[in-house]
Design a protein around this ligand. Sequence first.
Ligand code: UTP
Length: 228
Amino acid sequence: MKVVISVGGSVLVPTVGPERVRQYAAVIDDLRNDGHEIGIVVGGGPTAREYIDVGRKLGADEISLDQLGIAVTRLNARLLIAALNGPTPPTPLETHEAAYESFQRGEMPVMGGTTAGHTTDAVATALAEYIDADLLIYATSVSGVFDADPKQDDSATKYETLSPDSLLDVVSNIEMSAGSNAPVDLLATKLLQRSGLQAVVLDGNNPEQLRGAVAGNHDGTDIIPDHD
Ligand code: UTP
């Protein structure tokens, strides 16, 4: 199965340390050893937010803040590359073309952010579209897509399945400034709408959920394309 994994920085590097990165690398290497072809996109997490907050206090413009975030995603991606056994390019790939070529060579391309104005969810969705992935996994800090923000509203209910159109309704009202916090970003959702990709949003704090998602058994939200 061709699988793209979007790993939020908040789940891969919740604090800067080796444990969680090691756990992710072990699960990803196992999936590869089971015969799956894998591409990975790593987010910036709390470290990116700290840099963005400080940059904002210093008066940086939004594009420069995005560039700070991108730099941190690539730092986190380097940690994952260090921990993986499977073949990866030595540094995070900065374009989808480079990641596509790496994937075609049989490697596991690892990317961080690319350009200002979106998040690594969008980078991962475009990569999944490019390599024609069978499954796109968003490993996030929430356990799926909810009808309200579960961190702020105790009565928020998780969807088991959603169409890309319904996902767009959920995320379209969330502010998209640098460092903002949607379960899946707006551009990623638009790309999902056009691509017909099969996707899962799940709790990335438990890397074992990745194995479950590949096997079709997880606790997250399935994003299932509309068929006409
Ligand atoms: P993330 O992709 O990590 O954002 O990018 P996120 O989804 O909010 O955080 P986690 O990792 O899932 O917890 C961090 C920031 O970097 C910039 C944006 O400002 C984003 O909010 N960024 C990232 C870009 O501008 N372009 C990219 O391609 C990626």
